[in-house]
Write a protein that binds this ligand. Structure first.
Ligand code: AP5
Length: 215
């Protein structure tokens, strides 16, 4: 399956994507995770993205389109993929359509996770992530087994700089202005599946599976 997870910051895209890719055996292509690794490693890509990401703004379309073009060419994406955080603008969606057409592929389904703003803010204010494997935790809803250490690899968990309240406001604004219009784009293609993202991680997972016709 070729899937897209769409939704505002904190909707649970990463959390649900990590569970679904394990079940389906396809790669999770997260532009946010790829960019954060590039920033941490100080690569040219990371240098171009760092200040924009930290201020809660989107990075230029050309940068992320290049990342996805490369990721789709990997053998691991040959039998399906889950895009998490891409596309985020109408030009990115159009670029993706063109990339997939060239490969004789298409998007099978776009899962749009719907969560009210006050829940998003509360989720982001308590989030911790693993800088090594990108596992996602929360200070009340998903605690690691050992205090502030990743269950997978024992790395010290970190808060994301863009989860500070003023950056969250900027990210929500970017989402409303640039990303929300994508629901119209994918509604027209018939691939949009709206999913209520409020409830426990397991409840939301069941709704995602139902929306995709996976039992
Ligand atoms: P990115 O990393 O993609 O961030 P985002 O879209 O803002 O999404 P988040 O990662 O914040 O949230 P999420 O929906 O994955 O929620 P999560 O599962 O973590 O992008 C970061 C930046 O990179 C952008 O601002 C931009 O600068 C740049 N960028 C990336 N892609 C780009 C693109 N295509 N174009 C341009 N720029 C791009 O969950 C959040 C918290 O809630 C966690 O603590 C989790 O444990 C908790 N939680 C999840 N589900 C539940 C639940 N059901 N109940 C209770 N708690 C839950």
């Amino acid at each position: 399956m070729n899937l897209i997870f769409l939704g505002p910051p904190g909707a649970g895209k990463g959390t649900q994507a990590q569970r679904l890719v394990q079940r389906l055996g396809i790669p999770q292509l997260s532009t946010g995770d790829i960019l954060r690794k590039a920033v941490a490693q100080g690569t040219e890509l990371g240098k171009q993205a760092k200040s924009l990401m930290e201020s809660g703004k989107l990075v230029p379309d050309a940068l992320v389109n290049g990342i996805i073009e490369g990721a789709l060419a990997e053998p691991s994406a040959a039998n399906g993929f889950l895009l998490d955080g891409f596309p985020r603008t109408v030009p990115q969606a159009e670029a993706l359509d063109a990339m997939l057409r060239r490969r004789g592929k298409r998007v099978d389904a776009v899962v749009a996770l719907e969560v009210p703003t006050e829940v998003l803010v509360s989720r982001l204010s308590g989030r911790f992530t693993c800088p090594k494997c990108s596992s996602i935790y929360h200070s009340t809803t998903r605690l690691p087994k050992a205090d502030r250490l990743c269950d997978n690899d024992g790395a010290a968990l970190v808060s994301r700089p863009d989860d500070a309240p003023d950056r969250v406001r900027q990210r929500l604004l970017e989402y409303e202005q640039k990303t929300a219009p994508l629901t119209g784009h994918y509604n027209r293609t018939g691939s949009l599946r709206r999913v209520d993202g409020v409830g426990s991680v397991e409840e939301v997972e069941q709704r995602v599976l139902r929306a995709l016709g996976i039992s």
